[in-house]
Design a binder for this molecule. Sequence first.
Ligand code: HEC
Ligand code: HEC
Length: 560
Amino acid sequence: MIKEIFKLFLFTSIFSLSAFALPDWSRDTEIHSPRENLYDLSPEEFHQTVMKGRKAAFIYPVSVSELMIPFEPLKTFFDTKPSDPVRALLYELAKVVSPFESMDEVFDWLGLHDFPLTPQAETPNAFPELSIHEKAFPMGTTLRETSEGTALTFGCAACHTSDLFGVKVLGLTNRFPRANEFFRQGAAIAPYVNSFIFRDVLNATEGERLILVKAKKQLKYVGIKKPSAVGLDTSLAQVALSLAKRKEDAYATRTILSHKFPRRNKLEKMVADSKPAVWWNLKYKNRWLSDGSIVSGNPVHTNFLWNEIGRGTDLIELEKWMNESQETINALTAAVFASRPPRYEKFFGVHSIDINRAKRGEKHFIQSCQKCHGTYEKGWSLPNASKLSATELIQNIKVTYHTKTPVKNVGTDPGRYLGMKEFAHDLNRLAISKAIGTVVEPQTGYVPPPLDGIWSRWPYFHNNSIPNLCALLTPGKKRPVTYIAGPAINKATDFDHECVGYPLGTAVPQEWKKDKEYVFDSRKEGLSNKGHDERIFIKEGKEIYTKAQKLELIEFLKTL
Ligand code: HEC
Ligand code: HEC
């Protein structure tokens, strides 16, 4: 018994100690990456904390979030036939037509994926324990039981989980997130929906009506923008345009005047779209976002702030929630930093990688790429390599990234980094930004991302403009002007194994050609596919690698 108490004492004291061992989030603090175990927890505690954090990624924890949707009536609405008089009446009232015949179709359209039914060996970030109830709806949806009824909202996983050939990967970019579109459609319809008619026609309760009333009010403080291509996200614009609908004081107070007469912001028009970034790069960095413009503060704190500004939330309430929820925020932070990338050989078998070719590719990488993207020591370089299995040979033994995260301008589309200038001041002046130490400094260029797991996150660049690695290693002028995006379902048809990424030309699955929305057009504003060629693999106007050498380099990249 005494032993048990002693153990408990030891456990709790370790826990409280570690709770104080907070990382230094200040600007340009040198880091010795990878900071995979950010809070220096014991293995057991680390595991528990990470699992708790992953749970918060799935079940959105922000209880002060006001933009929620009454779930049961919504379900009733979509699950009745489009010809049903009730639905017809609501369409008439809302002056819309909806193609959806069920809630499942809505979730599909939202780009959300179901939870795996069985454990998946290929997934790098094991799923936390969730109840059957919590897993009943797709990853990223959160149903919250409130005193007014069941409300639907979306969590981090909506944009930060993906389906990779049937394997659900937390921390990988959702290929087709439509969260922005959801807000857009909601905001377009909301003014027409009378809450009393809504209640009576859909048999909703008075509580559910009140959830709707709240959501309608919230939406007035949400500024929305359609992404320029499916797969891209306009969170940046949403934050800027939402702030523009609030007062310029320390808590961005919401008033009728402030939403009726929003301040003008260039992001209404200019394109600064980007894709949700992968989570496993965080452990190497000390600046956040694709352009490294968030130079201090815990990036997870910042994400909560951005998410909630984009939902029109009261920032005094949010600050209170943050103060009370340190443990949840720290757990999610631990989980994000602990994320790992999926491994190529686990998906395609170890013999799908030609080790000798990859070793030749390593030389090109060292020569042309590592100064920006970091060094990757491979199993095959170990003194005992001759005794290692093929799988062991291709592992990363040690990844070394810069102690200060660099930002480089390699001539890729400037829209995203320029966009930051348009609201940096609006964010920095907020009391809550100051409290959590978030500072935005607009940059000129982008962070060269660490490349582990690079094979799994096609299409490439912050704006998805490059369909595969062959295209990436082609001079800008000769890259495919358009390509067709599609899901990663069938390993044989949906992925180009030699070029790593989307199949092009005649190899594009017929199925993908049906919907024009999936055509990525690099000629549009913000979607340029230029840059990252001169002084990288083009020297004095000439390409330095032959086609065969580029394939060697790609073979090496598969092993990262
Ligand atoms: C609507 C989609 C969406 C949701 C929801 C979302 N994110 Fe993101 N996230 C993005 C996008 C887009 C970016 C990349 C923006 C950029 O840098 O250009 C991003 C970037 C990030 C980054 C920075 C990555 C880096 O390399 O610096 C982190 C960390 C992150 N998100 C965590 C979260 C967390 C935690 C949540 C939940 C609180 C969340 N995100 C919710 C879309 C989303
Ligand atoms: C001068 C620094 C620099 C060098 C050298 C460099 N890169 Fe990059 N790389 C970048 C930057 C910056 C980006 C981000 C560009 C963007 O998203 O707009 C990038 C992006 C990438 C991406 C896409 C990452 C993603 O997540 O979409 C890949 C792949 C890549 N580089 C591979 C290479 C290879 C292979 C080499 C060597 C032939 C190389 N890079 C050399 C700076 C560099």
